[in-house]
Design a protein around this ligand. Structure first.
Ligand SMILES: Cc1cc2nc3c(=O)[nH]c(=O)nc-3n(C[C@H](O)[C@H](O)[C@H](O)COP(=O)(O)OP(=O)(O)OC[C@H]3O[C@@H](n4cnc5c(N)ncnc54)[C@H](O)[C@@H]3O)c2cc1C
Length: 462
């Protein structure tokens, strides 16, 4: 453990003078509201969140992060941490506070022989996959390339290779953090292993991760893409998706998205990612021959192409997400989901169903803080809309739909998809009581003043 920097003597006589000193003391950039680029820098994925911080510090290294913490704490400014800016709760930005922005820290270093990669705290999955694919290696990440590696990993991480290689955090083997008092802490199986355990699911509660190290696996090509279904076959196709996941193929990850077409009828998109040797795998045949298949865009492609299967716009839609892990997906629940998507009454908006079969179940449960390994699926109700006049109605649809899933719920909701209004009981349920209290003990150790509270918060144990 070391200090990232000697304490900076930042003047606290007025914001202007302090800002000049802050600009001088950091290697990166400091953006105040009057600066060019400030408005773009404060935007987050969810257009429903439009906060205006007092200052954004674009850090270059751990020293800059420590100086930013110093500056904020000297002025009692709230702190937000920005990685890829994709958190649907808009946790990457705060009103009137200081944003520690890691978007200039995007390096990824690969050790092909050791099959490991180190990502800087602001790297995105596009940065990561581009670097590791040069070596024909991967780690299971998120399905949208612009999402932050750190943010996604610290909340768990579900994606195209979950069945094959587990959750993203299961592949996290080390990290370097700057805690709010400016201390640099390492976490690995040999050094602070309890912190490594907490980072596997506990979110950005303990410090700013400036470096994350991952285990890699060989992979270049996959059989992937999308299968689209429409009409009366949607129900049958969703059942086949469910049955496929129940057979738990280890070389096939799969997620499904229910939506609405312009005629307000349900549609289904299934995105498989098969990494086995077969050109026409038996596991996929039931899906590819299902009634209602409107378009089969599954093909052999590079892993990088697979990572472009979903590419939503950034900062365009207003979003409100709410969901549950479920133990199973029985026919009644499928019918409920179809009724609820019709009740939405207009596109866009969707229900995402991510299968958790395969490798996540193999992992020693004691290795990670997160607590949803018994779930069969993560179901996320994702209201998305453009017009502010639809705020109330859209949020209500997401809440009511999530409430309809509750009878099948297990392990609370997924931290990575939670909005800011989730009660602490839901955050606690995502871990279970015992793990939550262990996380609170870690929080007490690394962030006793709860400086990092703009997140799915784990308050320090008192
Ligand atoms: C379009 C889209 C696609 C997504 N796809 C997936 C997916 O496939 N699988 C999945 O599991 N999740 C997915 N997510 C959810 C995503 O993983 C989480 O919302 C995650 O928090 C986003 O991380 P970020 O760095 O991009 O976001 P940000 O909003 O920048 O950060 C969110 C929070 O993460 C923490 N954080 C970020 N970087 C650091 C760091 N370096 N050190 C410490 N804390 C940090 C902070 O608490 C921060 O407030 C998706 C979200 C969106 C909007």
């Amino acid at each position: 453990m070391r200090k990232a920097t000697e304490p900076t003597l930042v003047s606290i006589d007025g914001a202007g003078e302090g800002l000049t000193e802050l600009r001088r003391s950091v290697g990166g950039a400091v953006l105040a509201p009057a600066d060019a680029g400030f408005d773009a820098a404060r935007r987050c994925f969810n257009a429903l969140v439009a906060r205006r911080p007092a200052v954004i510090v674009r850090c270059l290294d751990a020293g800059d992060v420590a100086r930013a913490f110093d500056f904020a704490q000297a002025r009692a400014l709230e702190v937000a941490v920005r990685g890829g800016g994709h958190n649907p709760a808009g946790h990457c930005v705060c009103e009137g506070g200081l944003v520690i922005d890691l978007s200039l820290m995007r390096g990824v270093e690969v050790n092909g022989d050791a099959r490991t990669a180190c990502a800087d705290g602001g790297a995105t999955w596009l940065d990561f996959d581009a670097a590791t694919q040069r070596f024909g290696l991967v780690t299971p990440g998120g399905v949208v390339g612009s999402t932050g590696v750190a943010g996604l990993t610290l909340g768990g991480g579900i994606g195209h290779l979950t069945a094959q290689h587990g959750l993203t955090c299961d592949n996290l083997v080390g990290a370097e953090l700057v805690t709010p008092d400016g201390t640099v802490v390492s976490a690995s199986p040999d050094e602070n292993p309890e912190l490594l355990w907490g980072l596997r699911g506990g979110g950005g509660n303990f410090g700013v991760a400036t470096r994350l190290e991952f285990r890699l696996h060989p992979l270049r090509r996959v059989l992937g893409g999308r299968l689209s279904y429409a009409g009366t076959g949607v129900r049958d196709a969703l059942r086949r998706f469910r049955d496929l996941a129940a057979r738990a193929p280890r070389d096939l990850s799969c997620e499904a998205v229910l939506g609405l077409d312009e005629a307000l009828a349900p549609t289904l998109t299934v995105a498989p990612c098969y990494t086995g040797p077969d050109g026409d795998p038996e596991e996929l045949r039931a899906l590819r021959t299902a009634r209602g298949l409107a378009h089969d865009a599954v093909r052999a492609q590079s892993f990088l192409a697979q990572q472009h299967v979903f590419s939503p716009g950034y900062g365009v839609d207003r979003n409100y997400w709410k969901g549950h892990f479920v133990r199973q997906l029985p026919d009644e629940l499928i019918d409920e989901l179809l009724d609820r998507i019709v009740a939405l009454g207009r596109p866009p908006g969707q229900v995402l169903i991510e299968s958790l079969h395969g490798a996540p179940k193999d992992v020693d449960r004691a290795s990670a803080a997160l607590g949803f390994r018994d779930a069969a699926f993560n179901i996320s109700v994702m209201a998305a809309w453009l017009d502010a006049a639809l705020d109330e109605q859209s949020i209500e649809w997401a809440r009511a739909t999530a409430a309809a899933l509750e009878p099948w719920s297990v392990s609370g909701g997924y931290m990575n998809y939670m909005q800011a209004d989730e009660p602490i009981e839901r955050v606690r349920a995502a871990f279970g009581d015992e793990a939550f209290e262990r996380l609170q003990t870690l929080k007490q150790r690394y962030d006793p003043d709860n400086v990092l509270r703009r997140n799915q918060n784990i308050p320090p144990l008192r």
